[in-house]
Ligand binder design. Structure first.
Ligand code: NDP
Length: 249
């Protein structure tokens, strides 16, 4: 199933690997021109760019650390200069630095909050100006169900993802009259490099806690993003959409 994004332009942060990669490819497959950022994964990001071009779409690729606000302005400036507009922004870049609070360093706290939450401020702020001018746009933040449920060993990560929910709802209220929609997709357990770090016992326990009995794939998240980026969701703003096989209800 595909929702049409014909004629739209989009930016996905952290799209060389994992969920970001699947999102970039799903948006391209639906007809959008796709810009992506990466921080370290240059080779994989170039492969994503090549795949989008192979689909017959335009692609732009930027090396950009998501915590750098000045670079966010430059990236979005270059996209609007090249393509004249930005219709969809997907704030996907994210990291984990899991440990119990007793052992968590200030650096582990700051890194996760800055990469996951400040990045969303950086890119949303830069995108809002062109989107307000266009009187249309869709910002989609990739949160996590642990931002709703909490998770032992993830105080930094859960706080960053809960912060994204408050940010999403506030910005949705600020921009609704300008026809700029802001939503959050909250994945549950999705198989990527991020979850490969978990041990077998943890994975078994996670699978048991999922009503559908299994983890999801990056494409499951990408499908939700494709919908929220498309005009099929034109009257939806400020929502938190769980993509988690029923893990958190
Ligand atoms: P991966 O670890 O597989 O990929 C993380 C991506 O984020 C990479 O493309 C990486 O780019 C990018 N990234 C990390 N730090 C930065 C930075 N400072 N600047 C720019 N890009 C950065 O993770 P996932 O694909 O699994 O996760 C993607 C999103 O989905 C994250 O926001 C995560 O929190 C969320 N999520 C994932 C879940 C899961 O089960 N996998 C569950 C819930 C939410 P590079 O390699 O170039 O550094």
């Amino acid at each position: 199933m595909s929702f049409s994004l014909e004629g739209k332009t989009c930016l996905v942060t952290g799209a060389g690997r994992g969920i970001g990669r699947a999102i970039a490819l799903a948006l391209g497959a639906a007809g959008a021109d796709v810009a992506i950022t990466y921080s370290r994964s240059e080779g994989p990001a170039k492969e994503v760019e090549a795949e989008i071009i192979k689909m017959g779409r335009k692609a732009l690729i930027f090396q950009a650390d998501a915590i750098d606000g000045k670079r966010a302005d430059e990236v979005i400036g270059e996209i609007t200069k090249a393509w004249g507009k930005l219709d969809i922004l997907v704030n996907n870049a994210g990291i984990t630095k899991d440990t119990l609070i007793m052992r968590m360093s200030e650096e582990q706290w700051d890194d996760v909050i800055e990469t996951n939450l400040k990045s969303v401020f950086n890119y949303s702020k830069a995108a809002v100006r062109p989107m307000m001018k266009q009187r249309s746009g869709s910002i989609i933040n990739i949160g996590s169900i642990v931002g709703v449920s909490g998770n032992a060993g993830q105080t930094n990560y859960s706080a960053s993802k809960a912060g994204m929910i408050g940010f999403t709802k506030s910005l949705a209220k600020e921009l609704a009259t300008r026809n700029v929609r802001v939503n959050l997709v909250a994945p549950g357990y999705i198989t990527t490099d991020m979850t490969d770090k978990l041990g077998e016992a943890t994975l078994e326990a996670i699978n048991k806690s999922i009503p559908m009995g299994k983890g999801g794939q990056p494409e499951d998240v990408a499908n939700a993003v494709q919908f929220l980026g498309s005009d099929a969701s034109a009257y939806i703003t400020g929502v938190v959409l769980h993509v988690d096989g029923g893990m958190v209800m």
